[in-house]
Design a protein around this ligand. Structure first.
Ligand code: 4AD
Ligand code: MG
Length: 477
């Protein structure tokens, strides 16, 4: 006999005799009521055990965390809350769970404790909901780009390029650990490496993506990226997923239009398909907000925030305008920012980004035309020779969710820039070929997938929206 998913049973049009469900016990009350969850939905199905006809030995083994198979009739529920329950005819224990030892007790655990048990936290309501929403968002990303005819490109994970030029790479080597061959200078001899040169885990697939956009027109990547930045924040991971579309013949305005439309599409997609999970996460956030002093509480609930993003255009503001706002705002003048903005050219810290989004504009913001010297080498220089066609999208509660730009398509300008930065032209010969042969205007951006999942789930820490967080503290999985 095949088993049925709890979600399908709860959505059944009518009662059904003789069903089989398999899942894990969340709670067992009064020796009679099992709350069973099988991961198909946040909702448990109540299984009413016929305790008089069930062996005492079996009843004892129905404990939180145990895997069980329940056979019975799907019947209209007497109690409030749910439409159906299962009137069990038999309960089979598939796998025991020692109630004294099972770490996921039926009570509220701290997120820190759950992070240390990332292999079991997915058995809680919160993490089940987050991981289902994450999965739907991944699918929405593919759906969006595939519907528009973008080609999905898998860019290398092990690469010789440092796309961002920020030097935040994890080195990869096939040389023997602990005892690598050394050259005459006493340094690791990468010539003897399988790769024959220094290689690292990718920080971004953009440069390879550009070469594909210059043939296929519109492409996107969606894969893992790695950054060895030791930033111990609630917004950074060492291993995260990035979505990077790249489009030939698009300029910066087209790039902003694409990013905004894309983000709104995937959020709507999740709102339409994850109603139960999002309702639960909305309530979780509301409960958490109640713990805060009134002045610090968010004005909007999770679902309201998501709806707001769908219904309102993102504010488009140049870096120069933003600096004027920041220089003259109260927290800057009263020295309440940790970092005081004194002049044009300063890089924005997250406190400034949050001020702009949460206090000043109260809306997602697209900042564009940043000073050239605080951005990567590949961004197109504006006619003022000071700014580049960069854009960052800033979200309330998140900060930067997207970074992108129109690319420098002029070979001479690009060569000048890389010489200025001391980058070896020979390292980038293949990238420069796109500018040598049939160069054209093109633009793209990178969306940090976990930052999107953070926003959609209303969670506060990026470690809670990736299955196994890899941060400086957390590497055992
Ligand atoms: O702004 P970034 O560094 O841009 C790039 O890598 C470009 N090559 C993208 C492009 O134009 N194709 O990173 C893009 C986004 C950020 O806006 C942020 O959302 C996310 O990636 N991100 C991180 N997310 C989690 N942990 C980290 N350490 C992250 N670093 C960047
Ligand atoms: Mg960035």
């Amino acid at each position: 006999m095949k088993h049925t998913k709890v979600k399908d049973l709860l959505n059944s049009a009518k009662p059904v005799d003789d069903v089989l469900v398999k899942g894990w016990v969340r709670t067992f009350r009064n020796n009679q009521f099992i709350a069973l969850n099988d991961g198909s939905t946040i909702n448990n199905i109540q299984c009413v055990v016929d305790f008089e006809n069930t062996p005492a030995e079996t009843l004892k083994r129905i404990t939180t965390g145990a895997a069980v198979a329940v056979k019975g009739n799907l019947a209209e529920s007497q109690g409030a809350g749910q439409k159906y329950e299962i009137q069990a005819k038999s309960v089979e224990i598939l796998g025991d769970s020692d109630p004294e030892k099972f770490p996921m007790q039926p009570k509220k655990h701290s997120l820190e404790f759950l992070r240390e048990n990332a292999h079991l936290r997915v058995r809680t309501n919160v993490f089940g909901a987050i991981m289902r929403v994450r999965s739907v968002l991944s699918f929405a990303i593919h759906q969006y780009f595939q519907e528009k005819g973008f080609v999905y490109v898998n860019t290398p994970i092990i690469t010789g390029s440092d796309a961002e030029g920020a030097g935040e790479m994890f080195q990869v080597t096939s040389l023997p650990v602990g005892n690598p061959p050394l050259n005459e200078e006493g340094k690791v001899d990468y010539k003897q490496d399988f790769f024959g040169k220094e290689t690292n885990l990718t920080v971004s697939g953009q440069l390879e993506g550009e070469t594909f956009a210059m043939a296929l027109g519109q492409i996107y990547t969606f894969g893992p990226t790695f950054r060895a930045e030791n930033s111990n924040t609630s917004r950074h991971l060492a291993e995260f997923w990035m979505v990077e579309p790249e489009v030939a013949f698009n300029n910066l305005d087209d790039n902003m239009d694409l990013a905004e439309d894309f983000i709104q599409y995937v959020i709507k997609y999740a709102m339409d398909r994850c109603q139960d999970d999002l309702k639960f996460l909305d309530q979780r956030l509301a409960d958490e907000e109640k713990q805060k002093p009134t002045a610090e509480r968010s004005e909007m609930g999770l679902l309201e925030k998501l709806q707001f993003v769908l219904e309102n255009n993102f504010k488009r503001v140049s870096y120069t305008e933003a600096i004027d706002i920041l220089k003259n705002c109260k927290p800057n003048k009263n020295k309440k920012f940790n970092y005081i903005i004194e002049e044009w050219g300063a890089d924005l810290q997250s406190e400034h980004e949050r001020y702009l989004v949460e206090k000043h504009f109260k809306s997602p913001v697209i900042l564009f035309d940043y000073p050239a010297n605080i951005k990567a080498f590949y961004m197109r220089l504006n006619d003022d020779k000071k700014t580049v066609r960069a854009m960052d999208i800033l979200f309330p509660g998140i900060g930067e969710i997207v970074g992108g730009s129109e690319r420098e398509e002029r070979l001479d300008v690009l060569l000048e820039k890389i010489a200025e930065l001391g980058i070896d032209e020979k390292e980038l010969w293949w990238y420069l070929d796109t500018r040598r042969f049939g160069t054209a205007t093109h633009a793209g951006f990178g969306l940090g997938f976990e930052r999107l999942v953070l926003f959609v789930t209303g969670m506060g820490n990026i470690r809670d929206v990736i299955p196994f967080p890899r941060t400086p503290q957390n590497a055992e999985f």
